[in-house]
Structure formats: structure tokens, C-alpha cells
Ligand binder design. Sequence first.
Ligand code: NAD
Length: 268
Amino acid sequence: MENQSSLKKCKVGGIAPGLRVFVSGAATGIGRAIAETLIASGSRLHICDVSEEGVEEFRASHPDHAATVADVSDDGAVGSIFETIGAEWNGLDALINNAGIAGPTGGVDEISPADWRQCVEVCLTGQFLCAHFAVPLIRSSGGGSIVNLSSAAGRFGYSYRTPYSSAKWGVVGFTQSLAKELGPDNIRVNAILPGLIEGPRIERVISSRAEQLGISHEEMKSSYVENISLRRMTPPEDIASLVAFLLSDMGTNLSGQSFGIDGNLEKI
Ligand code: NAD
């Protein structure tokens, strides 16, 4: 048998201490789980959220980390966050584009143009804006990582949720394009596609869908879970673990990928 002793040891663990990370929409939900995991791993965080109350609560819980009230679809607000980050940290190691909204539920002839625009602005343009201002800081740091939150709705068509699904497919295209564009600068860009994540958000989505189809919340929920091979929803902490992996030295050669994390969602 060939001598394998020249193989390097497998890397285990390893988020660099003091990693400078920005997470959007991190006052609650998946973004908050990501922020908590990274803080526990020794990273320095700057988060933003559109919820003033959420940002206040985050600041009180984490006085050593920064939090700003901002809407990711507002060019001026996003620009000003990264100006602050540049002044305080003199660079950035990772951008987590997490902020997103469910958008309207309804037929294409029922959804208003304003609701369409708002969903695409927050879910897709918001990711562009954060990358637009963050990339010069990551580049000047010698490279880093960008993680964009897409959705299972970014790999399946999703009837009555056309704005959300279109924005999330857009996130995958944005991710693959940026990975090509920024690879030579040692910037890795990946997308995470959560499926049904435990928490209040999915309960709201199920309620809207149930109302749309004229069935009960419980019937709707069972029909959602039946589409998952593992027959269970995914906890938000699992998304945070994948983000931590991508930011660690174990993710050094991962870029341009879309990672579904959903117990194998077979359809939506
Ligand atoms: P959530 O609604 O629980 O939390 C989203 C957070 O983002 C909230 O704190 C909210 O205040 C904030 N936010 C909303 N709009 C914002 C804006 N314009 N600017 C800044 N902050 C804003 O949602 P979540 O479930 O934690 O979802 C996080 C991401 O994961 C989203 O991009 C979502 O589309 C995606 N996702 C979630 C699920 C799920 O089942 N929960 C499934 C697939 C994808």
C-alpha cells in the first residue's frame, strides 16, 4: 500500500480569533443564531437590523459588539455602516448577507408591484448593497468570505411566492457570479439554502399559505413536513454551524457553492 505519511493532517475547527464579521438582519432568527455562534467562537461582530427594539436588545446582550439600526435596501444607511466599519476595524474578514423578508403570498395578478419591489429590494438588492460596500474592505484585508442566505425557494419554483422565489434564485446567480469575480482576490462566496427552519417565521409563512389554500395551519404544516425526507424541520443553529464552517480554515477552498440545509426537501 502507498505510504500516506506525506498527507497533511485534516483541519478540524479553527475560526481565527478576532475575525471581523458583519451580519445583516441579526437581531432575531437565523441571523441571531449566526451572530451568537460567531461571538462564542471569538469573532468581533457588527450587526444591523431594521428593528430598533431588536438592535437595542442585541446591544444590551452584547455590549462589546456593534449594532446599527439600518434597512439593507437603503443605499445611504448601508454605506454609512461600512464607513464606520472601515474607520473602526480598518478592514473586514466576512460578510453574512442574512436579512430577508418573506414577501407577499398571492397570485401574480394579486401581488402589488410595490410588494414585489419591496421583496426584491430587501432580499436581493440588499445583498448587492452590502457586498458593494464590504468588498473593498475585505479585499484590503487580503481576502475573506461572503455568505449569502438564499432559500430552498432558490432551487424550486414556489407558486404564490413569486417575488421571494425570484429574489432567492437571484441570490444564487449573484453568489456564483461574485465567486468568479472575487476568487482572484482570495474572497470566497457561497450561498446557503435553508429549507423549513424552526421558529416564528415559518409559522407565519405556513399560516399565510394555509389561508391562501383554505386549509388549517396544522394541515398545512403536516403537508410541508411530508416533503422533507428526514420528516423534520431544521433548527436555526444548524445554519449557524454551516456559516462557522465556511468561515473557518476548513472552508478555505469552498467557493461558488450553494448549500441546501433542509433534511432533504424534496419539493415545496
Ligand atoms: P426572521 O424574519 O426571523 O428574521 C429576519 C431578521 O431580519 C429580523 O430581525 C428582521 O427585523 C430583519 N430584517 C428584515 N428586513 C430587514 C431589512 N430590510 N434590513 C435589515 N434587517 C431586516 O427571518 P429568518 O427566518 O431568520 O431568515 C433569515 C434569512 O434566511 C432570510 O434571508 C430568509 O429569507 C432566509 N430563509 C429563512 C427560512 C426559514 O424557514 N426561516 C427558510 C429559507 C430561507
